[in-house]
Design a protein around this ligand. Structure first.
Ligand SMILES: Cc1ncc(COP(=O)(O)O)c(C=O)c1O
Length: 368
């Protein structure tokens, strides 16, 4: 990797494939269709591989939907909190399913679309999320229709419904219990649609997840209501399949040793700041040398975490942050004008291909 200077994201296709094989298993044993959530990961250079194992993508905006249409080229779904008239005029030609968030938007646009294209998001009032920011059933949530009666009143205009109620949920029992509640509460709706999306947020690629029980549960639901189920995983598809590789630029001391790396949480892994969590790194955290690893931006709180190393860190030491594919590459930004990490892929044959390098010109063009 001599040609590639840090910082760079290194996507590992071998690790990605491990997750994709789980997708294949779920598809085969439950009949569920799996859609990659582009909001989580949309590095399209990997789509040739991902599209062999997944049925399509789901988007949150017109641009993501266009990306899915031109680059993934399989089933193309979209759910947006609100659409403009212009969005719908363009989306109707490229989307297999357009899922509305409200009855008012459904009423506004349904005549323009075919019934088979139209879905409605329901807020089931149950959810699993450790973070209030990502909890779709929180009090006053803007997400989905709450009233069962209202959904029933528009059943003649839709072909399917969506419930997104999980976030990093590795607990099968809670997924299953909530699905039972949904089955009971929305029985009369579920009997009158052709497809149901259960959204994303189920962490079924986590080691030890009871895949067979999960598949059986999905199969039972699909048989009970005679519906095609869709899942919209993002994080589960790309978990553990990418590193952010960085170099220590300086080590300063303020009671503790602080190693400053040539990247930034705020600019290159902003989800860590949003959810107040630490980055994972590739050491066992057992060494004798303790360091806070801080980002290069001006923010005092731009900190990856505090770790123990077996060797002393000095300028030039390499730090590899783990599990940096989901909600990371899609969210990187030009804060402080910091050098944006390049993107490289380790292909299945072990060769590393650099797919993107950013320069001052990209920074310039992102501004005006
Ligand atoms: C509607 C919807 N579908 C799918 C996802 C993907 O979730 P995850 O990446 O946690 O699987 C999200 C995430 O917020 C979502 O809101």
């Amino acid at each position: 990797m001599k040609q590639l200077k840090t910082p760079y994201y290194l996507i590992n296709e071998h690790m990605l494939l491990k997750n994709l094989k789980i997708m294949k298993y779920i598809k085969e044993y439950s009949g569920t269709k799996l859609l990659l959530a582009l909001k989580c990961f949309s590095t399209w250079s990997t789509f040739d591989l991902i599209s062999k194992y997944m049925d399509g993508v789901t988007s949150s905006s017109l641009y993501e939907a266009k990306l899915g249409y031109y680059k993934f080229k399989k089933e193309n779904h979209i759910f947006s909190v609100a659409y403009s008239d212009n969005d719908i005029q363009l989306l109707k030609h490229i989307s297999d399913k357009i899922i509305f968030n409200s009855i008012s938007q459904l009423e506004l646009f349904y005549r323009t679309l075919q019934k088979s294209q139209i879905g409605l998001r329901i807020n089931p009032g149950v959810s699993y999320s450790k973070f209030i920011l990502a909890d779709p059933s929180q009090k006053y949530s803007k997400l989905g229709v709450n009233s069962t009666k209202e959904v029933i009143s528009v059943l003649n205009k839709i072909s399917g419904v969506m419930f997104h109620y999980n976030c990093e949920n590795a607990n099968y029992q809670s997924f299953s219990t909530m699905l039972d509640k949904i089955s009971l509460k929305y029985c009369s709706i579920l009997q009158n649609v052709q497809w149901v999306s259960l959204g994303g947020g189920v962490y079924f690629t986590k080691k030890g997840y009871p895949l067979d029980k999960f598949c059986q549960k999905l199969k039972d639901f699909s048989n009970q209501f005679k519906v095609q189920i869709y899942l919209e995983p993002g994080e589960a598809v790309v978990t553990n399949s990418c590193e952010l590789i960085t170099t220590v630029l300086d080590v300063v001391k303020n009671i503790k040793e602080i190693a400053i790396v040539d990247t930034s949480v705020a600019a290159h892994m902003p989800d860590l700041l949003i959810y107040r969590s630490s980055a994972k790194i590739n050491n066992n955290n057992l060494g004798r040398y303790n360091y806070i690893i801080a980002g290069q931006s001006c923010l005092a709180g731009d900190i990856f975490g505090e770790y123990k190393f077996e060797t002393i860190l000095k300028p030039g030491s390499i730090i590899r942050f783990q599990d940096t594919a989901g909600y990371t590459i899609v969210q990187k930004n030009w804060f402080n004008g910091l050098k944006m990490p390049s993107i490289a892929i380790m292909k299945l044959d072990g060769n590393i291909k650099i797919i993107k390098k950013f320069s001052y010109i990209d920074f310039l063009n992102s501004l005006s």
